[in-house]
Ligand binder design. Sequence first.
Ligand SMILES: Cc1cc2nc3c(=O)[nH]c(=O)nc-3n(C[C@H](O)[C@H](O)[C@H](O)COP(=O)(O)OP(=O)(O)OC[C@H]3O[C@@H](n4cnc5c(N)ncnc54)[C@H](O)[C@@H]3O)c2cc1C
Length: 397
Amino acid sequence: MNLDYTPADDAFRADVRAWLEANLPHELRDKVHHHKRLNREDFASWHRLLGTRGWSAPAWPREYGGPGWDATQRHIWDEECARIGAPGVLPFGVSMVAPVLMKYGSEAQKRHYLPRILDGTDWWCQGYSEPGSGSDLASLRTKAERVGDHYVVNGQKTWTTLGQYADMMFCLVRTDSGAKKQEGISFLLIDMKTPGVTVRPIIMLDEEHEVNEVFLEDVKVPVENLVGEENRGWTYAKYLLGHERTGIARVGQSKRELEFLKKLALNQRKNGKPLLHDPVFGAKVANLEIELMALEVTVLRVVSSEAGGRGPGPEASMLKIKGTEVQQALTELMVETVGPVAAAFDPAFLTGEREHSIVDDDAAPLAAYYFNYRKTSIYGGSNEIQKNIIAQMILGL
Ligand SMILES: Cc1cc2nc3c(=O)[nH]c(=O)nc-3n(C[C@H](O)[C@H](O)[C@H](O)COP(=O)(O)OP(=O)(O)OC[C@H]3O[C@@H](n4cnc5c(N)ncnc54)[C@H](O)[C@@H]3O)c2cc1C
């Protein structure tokens, strides 16, 4: 499946591929291919390594130290990283708060934070969701009161991904309780070391510590850490969510996982033949492959309209829904392929503490992977909410 790639695009792809082949550490590649857990240092060291080539923020313009790639080059980069099994660059700093700062931040904020995001000095987390305010985000209640040259913040955030490692949190807070709910929200940058910030783990179905609750008690935040104007935070929050959704289709990753599934199903036997050749199972894999090809065509349409200068629109919601459905279906078929072997939970192998699993190295991480991927239809705006967006913005219902 090809865009109209130019010879320059092909040369770009060859350059990126050669660099990744030469520089992606074998252990990281193995962890990604085998669905093992990546730790803080895995993400941080990969970010630093990308920085040595000027590629730690692929979507940034040159002005801020990015490579200045166009939409097609960014797509090629995503494809090549997924193909080889490179860890994703964490989005919270590079692709979420940075675009907001570039568009709405003060000069001082840009000067201070952007270089620190680029070189990995600051690890960011996203403080949007609260208990009772997820899909209905605008109902959020965490309050910030202006006292002299500070805001005093009180409230609770939840589902804060990797917040246990974060140096900074971009946070939505209510600064005007009297206004319409979308109009009384502001966008604050909070240093996680400020007294009054407490991070508590939430352990997920796969026993992984990936998300947290963050409690904010009388947290003093300097007014310089307000982004843009007070009570205009909803505008900035929506701008950021548009950036969050476009990468979410993860076609390259699903193509790699499809190959893994096929390999797995070729090695399993049913009635003396490879499971992949069983007509019923084979049909399920073929259907999924067709869905994935259709998704890829849709992504390419969005990429080429972006290349023509249009920003991501409500199409991002289609990519999110279909992308996550395909990702989840892949994990389901993998578990179906290995059957009871997937039930063997082997945390030491998952974290890389032990080199080989107690059962089968390919199969052992699959139950955890399956459970972990239930999240994809919830985060980044649940799939039901994406359907509402499509109904309103695309179908005009
Ligand atoms: C693994 C994971 C990581 C996350 N990381 C972060 C993070 O780093 N930072 C952050 O701020 N948030 C994060 N989130 C939170 C995420 O954005 C919310 O979970 C999500 O927006 C859904 O909100 P909720 O959990 O409150 O569910 P609810 O909003 O209570 O929804 C419950 C169910 O009702 C459905 N529903 C709700 N409203 C409607 C409607 N109007 N129409 C149809 N159906 C509806 C939903 O689709 C869902 O199925 C994360 C979530 C997960 C699971």
